[in-house]
Design a protein around this ligand. Structure first.
Ligand code: HEC
Ligand code: HEC
Ligand code: HEC
Ligand code: HEC
Length: 232
């Protein structure tokens, strides 16, 4: 690196720091932290992933479970993942995938009520089923079974392409087919294959509020294309 470049990169680092400080100092900034998973108030059935998004200008993020610090691993989206998919809350936060940082850690929750804080965001979740007294919080969160863990300690690469440690595209159905082969997928769904290939239309593997990781009740999912038995 020549000296001009080095000076520029030092300046860039300083600017990033200033921006991060500005974001940290203004908790009400709309472009703040968004906890994508777990869903607020959910009772977490099975292994749960914390996945949060911030603008990629944010250089550090603290998180705690019941006041005890937990360390998040930071990643970003690969440059090559351009297409907007069905799941895009991270993208909505900052305008484009490449402007987001993703912060994540797997959690094993003891039974009962827990408070998760990530930066300025905070939510209540339950390990196992929520107590009856917390009825308003009782929406369950079903999570995909945790996959083999990679060198960073996470299992994102089980479905996502990992490019230099960055999250790449999830190519369905091939990303799922290693474990959910075509035949069994066909048997489960008894549906024409071509409309099944975009699994994330109906399933959110990170965690979803309906059984079988469905993003909505079956009737409404089918109604996206079918109307009283007919195809729209
Ligand atoms: C079981 C499969 C699976 C695993 C494991 C998985 N993902 Fe995903 N992920 C998906 C699918 C499917 C999509 C949706 C792709 C689409 O819509 O094009 C997605 C999309 C996303 C998005 C949304 C992208 C956006 O634009 O907002 C984020 C963020 C994400 N994954 C983070 C992670 C992280 C972090 C991990 C590891 C802790 C992980 N995922 C593990 C299947 C998986
Ligand atoms: C049109 C919506 C839709 C799409 C697309 C879809 N699924 Fe499903 N899937 C469902 C529904 C609904 C169920 C619940 C079973 C039922 O009631 O038919 C389900 C159930 C499942 C189950 C659980 C089966 C069991 O009984 O344990 C698996 C695994 C599954 N789907 C995998 C996939 C994979 C992999 C893809 C992509 C190749 C996919 N699905 C695409 C709607 C969909
Ligand atoms: C490395 C293997 C692996 C990959 C890859 C994988 N899964 Fe799974 N999946 C599993 C296992 C294991 C289960 C749990 C089966 C069980 O407990 O009966 C599961 C369960 C499911 C279920 C059913 C959950 C339920 O509660 O009924 C759905 C839906 C599902 N996976 C969707 C997907 C989708 C969509 C993809 C691709 C984006 C994917 N999976 C990729 C291994 C995998
Ligand atoms: C993305 C759009 C889409 C969604 C969502 C969808 N379908 Fe379909 N479905 C189709 C199309 C298109 C056809 C007709 C294909 C043909 O005739 O070649 C079809 C055909 C069918 C058929 C006729 C039998 C067959 O396999 O040809 C049944 C039954 C069916 N769908 C049930 C469902 C159910 C149940 C759901 C919800 C779990 C669902 N569909 C969700 C697009 C969809």
């Amino acid at each position: 690196m020549n000296s001009t470049l080095r000076a520029m990169s030092i300046l860039a680092t300083m600017l990033t720091g200033v921006l991060a400080a500005a974001i940290a100092a203004s908790p009400d900034a709309t472009n703040g932290v968004r906890i994508l998973y777990p869903l607020p108030g959910s009772s977490c059935l099975g292994a749960v992933r914390v996945i949060a998004a911030t603008p990629n200008t944010q250089s550090s993020l603290t998180a705690a479970l019941d006041g005890v610090r937990i360390n998040l691993i930071r990643t970003q989206f690969s440059e090559t993942w351009q297409l907007a998919g069905k799941l895009k809350r991270a993208t909505e936060l900052v305008g484009s995938r490449q402007k987001a940082s993703i912060w994540t850690v797997p959690l094993n929750l003891a039974p009962g009520r827990h408070v998760l804080t990530v930066g300025t965001a905070k939510l209540t979740i339950f390990g196992g089923a929520a107590p009856a007294s917390a009825a308003k919080y009782s929406a369950p969160l079903y999570s995909h079974k945790r996959l083999a863990v990679d060198s960073s300690g996470l299992d994102c690469g089980g479905c996502h392409e990992l490019i230099d440690g960055r999250l790449g595209e999830v190519r369905t159905p091939s990303a799922c087919a290693t474990c959910h082969d075509d035949t069994s997928v066909q048997l489960i769904h008894s549906h024409v294959p071509q409309h099944l290939s975009r699994c994330a239309q109906c399933h959110d593997p990170h965690g979803a509020p309906y059984p079988h990781l469905l993003v909505d009740i079956k009737k409404r999912l089918c109604a996206r294309c079918h109307d009283a038995g007919h195809i729209k």
